[in-house]
Design a binder for this molecule. Sequence first.
Ligand code: ZN
Ligand code: ZN
Length: 186
Amino acid sequence: MLAKLYQSDWTLIYSNFHEFNLAYYLLAIPLVFILHDFYFYWTHRLLHTKWLFKKVHLIHHNSTNPTPLTSLAFHPIEAIIQGAFLPLVVMLIPLHVSVVIILVAGSYIYNVIGHLGYEFYPKGFPEHPFWGLFLTATHHSHHHKSTNFNFGLYFTFWDRLMDTTIPNYFGIFDAIVSPRETRGAG
Ligand SMILES: [Zn+2]
Ligand SMILES: [Zn+2]
């Protein structure tokens, strides 16, 4: 679909690296992830409204203990809602073709990480001023356990801002990684 859009002149995707300067190219990478996270957070909140949750999003939540395969389990309407981000962003913002590839690959990788069921980040990661901005497997796995919290995709901004982070997230995270670190030390 992306290739068709690209050929149709509807998109602002560019392939000549010199069309925009390097600073724009480099800034576009975090920008698309921040925009995608914004889009995902709010559409995800929408999917948790009563009717949409029952009719659409429940398929994804059938797994209370997610695995990487859970990242592929969703209703076709949810696929349309979430799939709409890419055509929208490439029609609105000039992006180098490699930035589009980084976004697509990054979204798949982060989706798998979120459903990994294994926390590989170290103790204290969520409390770190910079790394704490990134979502962890523990964060999304608790979205599957208690559906009223942790709606983000890549970042923790919106959950923090809207007060939808699970209470005691830091404590839950450290309790998960602590036994592993104790074992490693011993
Ligand atoms: Zn959900
Ligand atoms: Zn999920």
